[in-house]
Write a protein that binds this ligand. Structure first.
Ligand code: RM4
Ligand code: MN
Ligand code: MN
Length: 396
């Protein structure tokens, strides 16, 4: 790697930040069962503490996403406690995720529920989440809806679309000017026939209908296996509608596997579209990079460090694509040169440059090694083992 490339990497790493999910530190599982880890976080304070460790060692995770039902049990009055933990552990509250899928009332949906009182309750919950966001000075409200139906003919799809439009407008109206609303989509699960916001086109429509502070959130696990995610990213960038990502990997469906564990090149191609957009337009899109993973079998903090360092590597590799050469090759339909521009960058070992960047910031060159040497895991395992023997949180 030449010094120009190292400079490029140093430059992009300055601004690359990725948010950690609070639920990634708690005991989670699959619909078949949960495997308890003695070191898993059992309280919101422990989640902040664990996220604080990841940030301390990597330097690029200053925020943690909160799930309202799991992390703010007292609604808006949970805010002061959370602010205190944020101060104590050096990680700020990140996106606020309302929970519109777990209560019994949501059996037939939330924003699309045929029962008006349930729809109102769901809207109220999102408004409360917006208020929590305001009190925590957190900007983004992330909306994921489990709404849908399991059997043909059982739901009025067009009517539900209208309810979604109305309710999304209503909650958008409650946003403060500095807040944003991110709308996530997912093709199936838990609904297995139709999902109300099933793909990026529907999410885009809903975001546009809701108002100018609404954007689309791309969860990389929420696509059919063969879908071209980077094309979706390119289109959303072109439309100025890409609000953020939930990163995770998958082999089959929404597997929530570690980012880059199955298809590194996919993530690289996504980052490339973003860098290429910036190079071409001179604009810096406002994208919230977030992790949405639950590790059932791997150690929670270690897998989070693994994820974050992988994200950083793939982001750095993507910036090495020679955009000038690529644009020229595309224009001339020089297919092999265009394709090689991506492949050459992907093949570059950026790890030495990233280690040097960490060193320049006073961060450990190898965050995983530093974590293993810190004794943190041994300490929390001792402290939490007894609590974890009885404490199982829900799926995340
Ligand atoms: C969903 C979706 C949401 C996440 C929930 C727990 O599949 O990815 O973003 O909040 O899971
Ligand atoms: Mn998600
Ligand atoms: Mn998901």
């Amino acid at each position: 790697m030449n010094s120009h490339e190292t400079d490029r990497i140093f430059h992009v790493l300055e601004s690359f930040r990725i948010e950690l999910p609070s639920w990634g530190f708690a005991n989670t599982g699959t619909r078949f069962g949960k495997f308890i880890q003695p070191a898993a976080a059992t309280t919101i304070e422990e989640k902040f503490s664990d996220a604080g460790q990841v940030h301390l060692l990597t330097g690029i995770c200053p925020t943690m996403a909160l799930h309202v039902l799991w992390d703010c049990p007292n609604g808006v009055s949970s805010a002061s406690e959370i602010r205190q933990y944020a101060r104590q552990y050096g990680v700020q509250p990140g996106s606020i995720n309302p929970n519109l899928f777990q209560d019994q009332e949501y059996k037939y949906g939330s924003f699309g529920n045929p029962e008006k009182t349930v729809r109102q309750r769901a809207v109220q919950h999102v408004k409360e989440s917006i208020e929590i966001g305001l009190r925590l000075s957190s900007r983004d409200i992330s909306l994921w809806f489990a709404d849908g139906s399991n059997y043909p003919g059982t739901a009025n799809i067009r009517q539900r679309k209208i309810w979604f439009e109305e309710n999304l407008r209503a909650v958008h109206d409650a946003l403060a000017p500095e807040q944003r609303m991110l709308i996530e989509y997912k093709p199936f699960e838990p609904a297995f026939y139709h999902t109300d916001i099933a793909d990026w086109g529907m999410a885009l429509h809903m975001a546009r209908t809701a108002g100018h502070q609404a954007k689309v959130l791309v969860d990389t696990g929420h696509h059919y296996a063969a879908q071209n995610i980077e094309q979706i990213v390119a289109w959303l960038l072109a439309e100025n509608m890409l609000g953020g990502f939930h990163f995770n990997d998958r082999r089959y469906a929404d597997d929530d596997l570690t980012m880059g564990s199955i298809d590194l090149y996919q993530v690289f191609r996504i980052f490339h579209e973003i860098h290429f957009f910036e190079w071409e337009t001179g604009q810096r899109p406002d994208i919230a990079y977030m992790v949405d993973q639950s590790h059932n079998l791997k150690g929670k903090i270690e897998s989070m460090i693994q994820t974050v360092t992988m994200a950083q590597q793939l982001f750095a590799k993507a910036v090495l694509v020679d955009s000038t050469k690529l644009a020229m090759a595309q224009k001339k339909c020089n297919l092999i040169d265009a394709e090689s521009a991506l492949q050459d960058a992907f093949a570059t070992d950026v790890r030495p440059a990233i280690r040097d960047w960490r060193d320049s910031k006073g961060l450990p060159k190898d965050p995983m090694e530093a974590f293993r040497e810190s004794g943190y895991l041994e300490r929390i395992t001792k402290e939490r083992a007894a609590k974890n023997a009885h404490n199982v949180s829900s799926y995340a």
